[in-house]
Write a protein that binds this ligand. Structure first.
Ligand code: NAD
Length: 486
């Protein structure tokens, strides 16, 4: 049995209470590690360690901060295989995904922000002759980073990297469902020479450890990625305390397919955008809207491809469909397939629990489901399912597709498939989403703004937006125009 520890003030320590939580591997359904069940006193110790470290870290020249962070990126690269295996065991995702997406992206996140701070600049405003305004960018102090289970190290580093690069000290909490790679990263942080207290990792439950971080009076900002209901709870705790808040929340993303698209590219990409990471990516396109003329062909080809996505041992390089993250999540996703049936939908394939053999027989596997015959207002088409379940709905006119695409409470991302240049830009500009892809999906440039509208969140991550979030901008106004008079 592995034991995960908190990382506070440069030391690995258990929860002050001595209590722990079970960590289950979705591959087998078995408990394989213990996690500290941290509470207020652990969070308080972490925040105080961060506060103590802040003067040295915030005043360190950016070149030196950058060099330390680059050492961390190098260490992630050196330990990539160990981290990938840990991610797969902890989250159930195929090792192919961990090796090619999660861990390389975690390294890239650190590298990106470590180098970004070498290229930032202040703004200056020449107000009139003799009057100049300029901006000072200051780190906030202690900030909290709270991340979810679907892309554990990827999203954990996506938050801590800009926070640290901007000169803040961090108290971070990974999801209690997938804590392992954040724990391994905390060891690498020490090896990289990040001074004690600059980054602290507190493990535990959201309503205990997470809530204590949000409510702590010394925490100046909260960067949160997770579910919309949790985001609402965090916002209501943070607002009266006047904390900066970045919320990256759920999605119900539309994938609009016009009949004139590049069919083969669309089909391959749509399979990926539907079922990558077992559909547990906030950007997955779960509502596929297809122009009527293409509908029958699409349904036939897409269902055939979905049937080929058979869950298999996630530790095998060839596996493309792993386990869902937990038993309760799998049951929630399966219940939505039943809901779709109750709402009158037709399940063309999948949507069943799959039992693998041997030591994997207790794992949380299900076959990907393709559903049609549902109206846009039904719950299956309105609520985030966050699993390998998509609905396919025909449309006749562009306007109808836009109305359906925008017709949920969410607005994270959207995809448009067409070869008509005018239509592509016209439709993208009318979508209520923070991100729109045209003829592609999940093609990321870390400099671009990332985030959602409506119930999908507040604020933007990525590039300059993230560095701004983790900074306080002070304006300095200088009047040097008039000579002193006696
Ligand atoms: P979750 O909201 O249950 O948990 C996310 C994190 O918040 C965990 O670390 C959890 O412990 C913590 N938490 C829970 N309650 C808390 C509280 N009261 N105070 C402070 N922290 C608390 O989400 P999840 O189930 O881990 O993740 C899945 C959700 O995340 C999905 O809705 C998905 O769409 C969303 N997500 C969004 C993005 C994005 O960029 N918009 C990216 C990935 C995942």
């Amino acid at each position: 049995m592995d034991t995960i520890l908190n990382y506070i003030g440069g030391r690995h320590v258990p929860a002050a209470s001595g209590n722990h939580l079970d960590n289950v591997s979705p591959l087998t359904g078995e408990i394989y590690a213990l996690i500290p069940d941290s509470g207020q006193s652990d969070v308080d110790a972490a925040v105080r360690a961060a506060q103590d470290a802040f003067p040295v870290w915030s005043q360190m020249p950016p070149e030196d901060r950058s060099a330390i962070m680059l050492r961390l990126a190098d260490l992630i690269a050196i330990h990539a295989e160990q981290l990938a295996q840990a991610e797969t065991r902890d989250s159930g995702k195929p090792i192919h995904h961990s090796r090619n997406v999660d861990i390389p992206r975690a390294e890239a996140n650190i590298r990106f922000f470590a180098t970004a701070i070498l290229h930032t600049h202040a703004e200056a405003f020449h107000t009139r002759a003799g009057v100049l305004n300029y901006t000072n960018r200051k780190p906030l102090g202690v900030v909290a980073c709270i991340s979810p289970w679907n892309l554990p190290l990827y999203l954990f580093t996506w938050k801590i990297a800009p926070a640290l690069a901007a000169g803040n000290c961090v108290v971070a909490k990974p999801s209690e469902i997938t804590p392992m790679t954040a724990y391994l990263l905390s060891e690498l942080c020490r090896e990289a020479g990040i001074p004690a207290g600059v980054i602290n990792v507190v493990h535990g439950l959201g309503p205990r450890a997470g809530q204590a971080m949000v409510e702590h009076p010394l925490v100046k900002a909260i960067s949160f990625t997770g579910g919309t209901a949790t985001g609402a709870a965090i916002a209501s705790a943070a607002a009266p305390r006047f904390k900066k808040l970045s919320l990256e929340l759920g999605g119900k993303n539309p994938n609009i397919i016009f009949a004139d698209c590049d069919y083969d590219k669309m089909l391959r990409t749509t399979l990926r955008s539907s079922f990558s990471n077992q559909g547990q990516i906030c950007l997955c396109g779960s509502r596929i809207l297809v122009e009527r003329g293409l509908f029958d062909r699409f349904m036939q080809d897409f269902t055939a491809l979905a049937r080929e996505l058979v869950p298999a041992d996630p530790r095998e390089e060839s596996s493309r469909m792993g386990a869902l993250v937990s038993e309760s999540h799998m049951n929630k996703v399966l219940s939505y397939v039943q809901l779709a049936r109750n709402e009158g939908g037709t399940v063309h394939c999948g949507g069943e629990r799959v039992l693998l053999s041997g030591e994997l027989s207790g794992g949380f596997y299900m076959s990907p489901a393709v559903i049609s015959g549902l109206g846009p207002e039904c719950r299956t088409n309105q609520e985030e399912i966050f699993g390998p379940v998509v609905t396919v709905t025909p449309f006749d006119r562009e306007e109808e597709a836009i109305t359906m695409a925008n017709g949920t409470a969410y607005g994270l991302s959207a995809t448009v498939w067409t070869r008509d240049l005018d239509r592509a830009h016209r439709v993208a500009s009318r979508l209520d989403s923070g991100i729109a892809w045209i003829n592609t999906w999940l093609l990321r440039d870390l400099r671009t703004p990332f985030g959602g509208v409506k119930n999908s969140g507040i604020g933007r991550e990525g590039g300059e937006e993230a560095l701004r979030f983790f900074s306080e901008i002070q304006n300095v106004c200088v009047d040097f125009g008039s000579a002193p008079t006696l």
